[in-house]
Design a protein around this ligand. Structure first.
Ligand code: AHR
Length: 516
C-alpha cells in the first residue's frame, strides 16, 4: 500500500477481552516534587505571583497539574530527603531555619513544609507519598513523623500538628523508606545490609504508629548499578514482612544523538522491571511466603539536557535553575513508550512517579512572575493518565522490527490497550518508532460483544525529532485529532494509518445497543 511516496508498512494488533494483564492502579500516574531547583519555590509556590492564591500557590500551575490528573505526588525528595529535618518545615514560617541542602548545594528556606504541601495536593485533587530521611536520621524520626502526620490527637507530635492549625490528621497512606540508599552520592549512603536492617526497623515502628500505611523500600537507583540484584535480594530478605513495595528509578538520555537507539530505551526499562519482579519473587519463594511484594517505579523520565548547564549554577543559591531540561519531540515519544511499558506491567507496578512535575525535569514549566507552559512530554502523560484507567489487555502486536546500537529486534510499533469495564470503551496507545515510514495498523478486537466505533485518533507527530516548546512558542509541538469519520469497525476489525515517528491514542467507543 502506498501513500504518495511513502511506503506503508503493515502491523497487526490483536486485543482479546479475556486476555487481561491486570487492573490499572490509578497511582501508576503519580508524579514527584522535590525541594530541588525551582520545583517548589517559583514552581508550585510563589506568593508574589499575580496568580498566587491566598496560600501562595500558583493557580495557573494548579490548573495544569489538574489537567494531568495526578493521583499521588512523591515529596520532598529525592536526594534532598536524605539530609532533611522535617521539623524545619513546620510551625510559624518566620521562625523556620534556612539550611544548606547538601544534596543540591542550594539554600533551603523551608517556607514550604509537609503541612503546606498536603494542602497543595488537595488543591490539585491528589495525595502525598511521603519520603522519610534514612540518610542522616533513623527509627526515632521515622515513628515521630508518622505520629505528627497521621495520629489523630492526644500525643506530643499529633498535638503539635493541631497547634500548627491542622486539626485533622493528614492520613498519608504511602511512605518511602529513604531514597537511593545504594548510591555513593546519597547523604548517608549504605550497604544493602545496613539499609535492609534500618528499613525493616523503621517500617515496623511506623506501622505500629499507624497500621494502615504502606511502605516502599528503596531498590537500586538504577539497574546498571554494580550492586543491582544483590541489593534487592538482601534488602528484601531483611525487610520482607514489613515492606509492601520495592522502588525502581530510571532516567534515559540521548547524549549520543542516536534517535533510533534512544526511542528504543523503553526496552531497557522493560528488562529492569522484569528483573525486579524476579528478585521479589525469588525472595518470596526462598521464604515460602504467601505475600507478594509489588513495584513502585517512583522516578522515571528523560534526563540529560540540563547536565552541562547545571555545572554552572552558583552554589548555595535559593531556588536555582537546576535540572531544567527542555524536552523535544523524541523525548515525548520515549516518554510515551515508557508509559506503555508501565501499563504493560500493571499487574505488578502499583505506583509510579514521573520525575518530576514542575520546572525540574518536568512537563510543566514556569517563569518567575510570568507564564507557565507545557513541555512536549506533558501530552503523552496527560493522555495515558486520563484514558489509561481500566484493565490493561495482553495486546498481541505483530510489527516490523529493527536493530539499534544497544537493542535488537526493536518493534517499530510499541503499543498496549486499556479496557474500561463500565463503559465498554477501549483505548489503544501506540508509538511508531520509524522515522521514515507510516504504518498501517490492522486492529482485531476479539471477544468484545456489540458494536464499536472509533471516536478519536489523537496524533502527536513531528518531522523534527528536536522540535520543542518554549515559553514564547508553547504550541510548537502539540497533539491533533485525525479525521476518523470514515474509519469503520466491522466484525471487530479496523485499519488505521499510524504516521511515521508519532504518538497515538485511539479511542474506541462501545455503541449503545439502541443506536446500533
Ligand atoms: O529526580 C532527580 C534526582 O534523581 C533525585 O533527587 C534522585 O532520587 C535521583 O537520582
Amino acid at each position: 500500500m502506498k501513500k504518495e511516496n511513502v511506503e506503508f508498512k503493515r502491523s497487526k494488533l490483536i486485543l482479546d477481552k479475556d486476555y487481561q494483564i491486570g487492573k490499572v492502579d490509578k497511582r501508576l500516574f503519580g508524579s514527584f516534587i522535590e525541594h530541588l531547583g525551582r520545583a517548589v519555590y517559583e514552581g508550585i509556590y510563589e506568593p508574589d505571583h499575580p496568580l498566587a492564591d491566598k496560600d501562595g500557590f500558583r493557580k495557573d500551575v494548579i490548573e495544569l497539574v489538574k489537567e494531568l490528573n495526578v493521583p499521588i505526588v512523591r515529596y520532598p525528595g529525592g536526594n534532598f530527603v536524605s539530609g532533611y529535618n522535617w521539623e524545619d518545615g513546620i510551625g510559624p514560617r518566620e521562625k523556620r531555619a534556612r539550611r544548606l541542602d547538601l544534596a543540591w548545594h542550594s539554600t533551603e528556606t523551608n517556607q514550604v513544609g509537609i503541612n503546606e504541601f498536603v494542602e497543595w495536593t488537595k488543591k490539585v485533587n491528589s495525595s502525598v507519598m511521603l519520603s522519610i530521611n534514612l540518610g542522616t536520621r533513623g527509627i526515632d524520626d521515622a515513628r515521630n513523623i508518622v505520629e505528627y502526620c497521621n495520629h489523630p490527637s492526644g500525643s506530643y507530635w499529633s498535638d503539635l500538628r493541631i497547634s500548627h492549625g491542622y486539626k485533622q490528621p493528614h492520613n498519608i497512606k504511602v511512605w518511602c523508606l529513604g531514597n537511593e540508599m545504594d548510591g555513593p552520592w546519597q547523604i548517608g549512603h549504605k550497604t544493602a545490609y545496613e539499609y535492609g536492617r534500618i528499613a525493616n526497623e523503621a517500617a515496623k515502628v511506623m506501622k505500629w504508629v499507624d497500621p494502615s500505611i504502606e511502605v516502599v523500600a528503596a531498590g537500586s537507583s538504577g539497574w546498571h548499578m554494580p550492586t543491582f540484584g544483590e541489593w534487592e535480594s538482601t534488602v528484601l530478605d531483611l525487610a520482607y514482612e514489613n515492606i509492601d513495595y520495592v522502588s525502581l528509578h530510571a532516567y534515559y538520555g540521548n547524549q549520543e544523538n542516536d534517535t533510533p537507539n534512544f526511542v528504543a530505551k523503553s526496552l531497557d526499562m522493560e528488562n529492569f522491571i522484569r528483573s525486579v519482579v524476579s528478585a521479589c519473587d525469588y525472595v518470596k519463594g526462598k521464604k515460602h511466603s504467601s505475600k507478594t511484594i509489588n513495584l513502585s517505579f517512583d522516578e522515571w523520565n528523560v534526563w540529560f539536557h540540563s547536565h552541562e548547564e547545571d555545572k554552572k549554577v552558583e552554589p548555595w543559591s535559593v531556588a536555582p535553575h537546576l535540572l531544567e531540561d527542555i524536552y523535544d519531540f523524541e523525548d515525548a515519544l520515549l516518554v510515551g513508550s515508557m508509559l506503555i511499558t508501565l501499563l504493560r506491567h500493571a499487574d505488578r507496578i502499583k505506583i509510579a512517579a514521573l520525575a518530576q512535575l514542575v520546572n525540574v525535569i518536568a512537563p510543566i514549566m514556569t517563569v518567575k512572575g510570568g507564564k507557565s507552559w507545557k513541555q512536549t512530554i506533558f501530552y503523552p502523560f496527560k493522555h495515558a493518565s486520563n484514558y489509561g484507567r481500566g484493565t490493561v489487555l495482553n495486546t498481541i502486536v505483530d510489527s516490523p522490527k529493527y536493530d539499534s546500537k544497544d537493542f535488537s529486534d526493536v518493534p517499530v510499533l510499541d503499543s498496549t490497550a486499556v479496557f474500561e469495564e463500565e463503559s465498554g470503551n477501549i483505548t489503544i496507545f501506540a508509538v511508531n518508532r520509524d522515522q521514515k515510514n507510516d504504518l498501517l495498523l490492522e486492529g482485531d478486537l476479539r471477544g468484545f460483544d456489540g458494536k464499536y466505533k472509533i471516536i478519536d485518533h489523537i496524533i502527536m507527530q513531528n518531522d523534527d525529532p528536536k522540535a520543542s516548546n518554549t515559553v514564547n512558542n508553547p504550541d510548537n509541538v502539540v497533539p491533533k485529532s485525525a479525521k476518523v469519520n470514515d474509519v469503520t469497525v466491522k466484525d471487530g476489525k479496523f485499519s488505521l494509518p499510524i504516521p511515521k515517528f508519532s504518538w497515538n491514542v485511539i479511542r474506541i467507543e462501545k455503541l449503545n445497543p439502541t443506536f446500533q
